[in-house]
Design a protein around this ligand. Structure first.
Ligand SMILES: [Zn+2]
Length: 380
């Protein structure tokens, strides 16, 4: 039995209160491969909480049978700060109330901070360099500012994740089919995840912009060129992804259990759990992020959808109409919102009252779209 449960204290936000992270550890510290999973980094996205709740029990059973091969770290909730930010009974999530911004943006670029810990640089010997670089990353994370409670929380999560082979950051969309974002170099691993969990959309990015948690963990491996000797020879040894487990309301025991079974299959396939090497399909053909049309509303208004989540749509097809509530004549109040590509309408907004410029839905297609700009592909 290797399963242990740690309670990692976070900074107290106000006198008489305390916060902490619950950390489930399976396998042997330092064993490879290492996987790190957490849910609800944005605080208001809860399907992953259900999935990891079920996964912990499955991993515990595997552990009792001695099947954990590497090291697996599971945080069943990632963001107690955001979960505590209630407003009028709702949990708005996404942005920190302390003014530090979106919980999943502006994670640090660790590359310049790791470089000094590599002394004369890397050797070009891949195995030795991976070990040295992981050590440098851990040291860099230990140097991160941790004065505020949010800074300390961010550094604590990175301290657990940054030396992993697999980082699975579980979010959700508003109303959506499950989908995953990862770097283009990791397309095959992401397809395997899609096959294991059984979802249709893999989204590949090169430079999505915004410094998300997954990019912080994986991207640093390709940012060492020019910073240290042989830095450009490092391969992207950490697979990190943002897994969107459907829409905000898709929280059911059955779904959570089947997602946990999918995650378990993925971990087994990647060599973290023995004896469960189920054969998987090749998974879906990935889409590049600049092939995903993000349809927005030109005005403030009420949205009437004309396409369902999961529907295949054609370029020019009306997926929604936005109703101008100020119009004198209701018959002329509707503005059609069209897809600019043939593809899969895989996600849509759950807010029916939108503001001008607000995202209404997303269509994954096969053609690069001119209005989708590299480096600014994620929503704010
Ligand atoms: Zn999110």
């Amino acid at each position: 039995m290797t399963h242990s449960v740690d309670r990692i204290p976070l900074k107290s936000p106000s006198p008489g209160t305390e916060r902490f992270l619950t950390v489930h550890r399976f396998g042997t510290e330092g064993a490879r491969p290492k996987a790190y999973l957490h849910a609800a980094l944005h605080a208001d996205e809860w399907p992953g909480l259900m999935a990891l709740h079920h996964l912990v029990s499955m991993l515990d059973a595997a552990d009792r049978e001695g099947k954990i091969v590497g090291e697996i770290i599971v945080l069943p909730y990632a963001n107690p700060i955001g979960m505590d930010q209630r407003q009028g009974g709702a949990v708005p999530g996404r942005y920190a109330y302390d003014g530090s911004g979106n919980f999943n943006r502006n994670w640090p670029d660790l590359s310049p901070m790791a470089a000094p810990y590599l002394g004369n640089g890397l050797t070009g010997d891949a195995d030795a360099d991976i070990v040295a670089f992981r050590g440098a990353l851990k040291a860099a994370v230990a140097d991160l500012p941790a004065r505020s409670d949010v800074q300390h929380w961010r550094a604590t999560l990175l301290g657990l994740s940054v030396d992993s082979d697999y980082v699975i950051d579980i979010h959700c969309d508003q109303e959506a089919q499950a989908h995953v974002y990862c770097h283009v170099e990791h397309a095959e691993i992401a397809r395997e995840m899609a096959a294991a969990i059984d979802f249709p959309v893999v989204l590949l990015e090169e430079e999505a912009g915004g410094f998300s948690f997954d990019d912080c963990n994986a991207g640093v491996w390709r940012r060492m060129g020019g910073l240290v000797e042989n830095g450009d020879a490092l391969s992207m040894t950490c697979f990190a992804c943002t897994l969107e487990l459907r829409g905000k309301d898709d929280i059911e025991d059955d779904l959570g259990r089947s997602d946990a079974e999918g995650l378990y299959r993925f971990l087994a396939k990647r060599g973290l759990i023995s004896g469960d090497g189920t054969a998987l399909s090749d998974g879906p053909i990935p889409y590049r992020l600049d092939e995903v049309d993000v349809i927005s509303s030109p005005i403030a208004g009420l949205v009437a959808f004309k396409a369902a989540v999961g529907e295949t749509v054609a370029a020019g097809q009306v997926v929604a109409e936005v109703i101008d509530l100020t119009a004198a004549d209701p018959l002329t109040a509707r503005i059609p919102l069209k897809s600019s590509t043939d593809g899969l309408f895989f996600a849509r907004n759950d807010l029916r009252l939108v503001q001008p410029g607000e995202n209404v839905g997303k269509v994954a297609g096969r053609q690069p779209l001119a209005h989708r700009k590299k480096g600014a592909l994620l929503e704010p």
